[in-house]
Design a protein around this ligand. Sequence first.
Ligand code: NAP
Length: 311
Amino acid sequence: MAQEIMQVSPLPPFMMKALQEADFIVHDHTHIKDPGALSKVTALIGTGSAKVDKKLLTMLPHVKLVAICGVGYDGVDVEACKEKGIVVTHTPGVLTDDVADLAMGLVLSIGRRIPQADKFVRNGDWVDDQFALVHKVSGARIGIVGMGRIGRSIAKRAAAFDMRISYTCREAKTDVPYAFHQTVTQLAAEVDYLVVAVPGGDSTKNMVGASVLKALGNKGYLINIARGSVVDQPVLVQTLKDKEIAGAALDVFWDEPIIDPELRRLPNVVLTPHIASATVETRQAMAALTLSNLQAFYERRALPTPVPECQ
Ligand code: NAP
């Protein structure tokens, strides 16, 4: 019998195709055509931007699985899910390389001012001007906030650039050779590039605020590939305007995709549209792992990748 599921965020076409080929009936929570669907749906599927709260769950009495196509699931009320016996899955690991690649790309872009240099050439400014010198990235000091899958992968790449690596997270790691700092502020004070790679959610909300940015200082750069919520964005914008840090390279934002116009106008930023995992290979691997979780759930097999709280 075809299983009825509901998408709680837009899904890529190849994912929809795979779901249909696997015989799932997919309802869209923003355009429910079948009024009886709410009581037939047994699983929810969405990307890392999906919002699954108590109110939604109350409307869907038979849901027993929330399958997130992404590693971050800060939009899902996991406690409310657990209270209702709902398991949450995500897609850790398969996107790690891509996110670390983009993080290093952003370090190089903001440090070497690659987008600004591109504009300089396109505008014809090179004809009667020289592009200003910048500081060397190889050998610079990088501080990583979060030494999980992505943080470790960023460190591996930074090591290839002979960068001096230090980090912070909840617990110091015994299996990495990098210097540990107890707080983000202490870490920021010691580095040229501060790269954020922690999950979103209440425990990390505004973790990078005024004191961290002050410690980073006017020669330091902030890179965020984690979640917009981790950085106090209005404070960051003011800090950038006042040139109290050298610059920021951001893949994630408050209220994305609507970006603060002040932030968009700043010259000392590089902005990308939440594309850290956006390669064909990785998005297909994420979709395949999400499908594996759904199939395992309906076939009553062990779920491949439940979130830690549901293990
Ligand atoms: P992970 O393996 O679970 O690592 C998370 C790291 O963050 C761990 O080192 C953890 O510390 C640390 N951490 C968690 N809460 C913390 C807190 N309150 N204070 C300090 N450190 C804390 O996760 P991951 O696979 O590396 O992914 C990290 C995040 O990247 C995801 O949750 C997601 O939000 C984001 N992401 C963004 C994109 C994008 O498109 N831009 C793509 C993928 C992922 P411990 O090791 O001490 O537990």
